[in-house]
Design a binder for this molecule. Structure first.
Ligand code: 1JT
Length: 253
């Protein structure tokens, strides 16, 4: 399905990462993928996870450093000369901001969360645009807290709202170039990022009891949806947020 396609995946921290599940699904269907990482600690992890892949490219890319972002896309241009899809799976907020009351959010925590978790999509889309010569597909990761209040999700909810809205504005701008932009709203997963979350276990159990499928989503299912969104199967879909959450979001009381 993705033979001869070149993709970029941002946000692999280890084998459990949503970004890695997305990469695996795309690789299984023939894509070649470049990966970015933030900092030396994650570099070693990404090297380990991708050790068996051929024709890959690992590039440092801290989105708060524009020079690094520019260099990353230059490296992709140099090696492949083009780009067909991007999977953006990065977010950050200071740990203290993801507990207690939202009203306590500091200016610093707010700006950091919005910069890394929302603005980075626009930054990456702008850099990817000239490389997407035959059109392309950009996919980002959101969460239900963008739309409804989820205890403790706090400033990340505000950042994900901005991310979903950015997805629509980018889809409008880039549509005339044949570039589609969509978000996946994934159910909660036990990833490295989620480790920091207070009572993640209780939270996963809640979803298991309430979601129509009576279970939590698997990373592989999010990966397969990303595969669908970067493939031609979804050629008529852009600006959308697709829930991959075992149906949790459709429930009222
Ligand atoms: C971040 C973190 C973004 C955890 C995230 C996230 N998007 C979803 N999760 C999992 C999660 C987090 C909370 C939650 C439910 C799910 C941590 C690092 C920063 C970025 O609340 C019930 C807080």
């Amino acid at each position: 399905m993705l033979q001869d396609k070149i993709g970029l995946v941002l946000g692999v921290a280890n084998k459990r990462s949503i970004a890695w599940a997305c990469a695996e699904s795309c690789i299984e269907h023939g894509a070649k993928i470049a990966f970015t990482y933030q900092g030396e600690r994650l570099q070693r992890n990404v090297e380990k996870v991708t050790a068996d892949l051929e024709d890959t490219l690992l590039i440092p890319c801290d989105v708060t450093n524009q020079a690094e972002v520019d260099a990353a896309f230059e490296a992709i241009d140099k090696k492949y000369g083009r780009l067909d899809f991007v999977i953006h799976s990065i977010a950050f907020a200071p740990r203290e901001a993801l507990e207690g009351e939202f009203v306590a959010t500091t200016r610093d925590a707010f700006l950091t969360a919005l910069e890394i978790s929302a603005y980075s999509l626009t930054q990456i889309a702008r850099a990817a645009k000239p490389l997407m010569k035959d059109g392309g597909s950009i996919v980002t990761m959101s969460y239900y807290g963008a739309e409804k209040v989820v205890q403790n999700y706090n400033v990340m909810g505000v950042a994900k709202s901005a991310l979903e809205s950015s997805t629509r504005y980018l889809a409008n701008d880039l549509g005339r170039q044949g570039i589609r932009v969509n978000a996946i709203s994934a159910g909660p997963l036990n990833t490295l990022s989620a480790r920091g979350v207070k009572d993640l276990g209780g939270f996963l159990k809640h979803v298991e009891e309430r979601s129509p499928l009576r279970r939590n989503v698997e990373a592989r299912e999010v990966g397969d949806t990303a595969l669908f969104l970067v493939s031609g199967l979804s050629s008529g879909i852009t600006g959308e947020t697709i829930y991959v959450d075992c149906g949790y979001n459709i429930m009222g009381v």
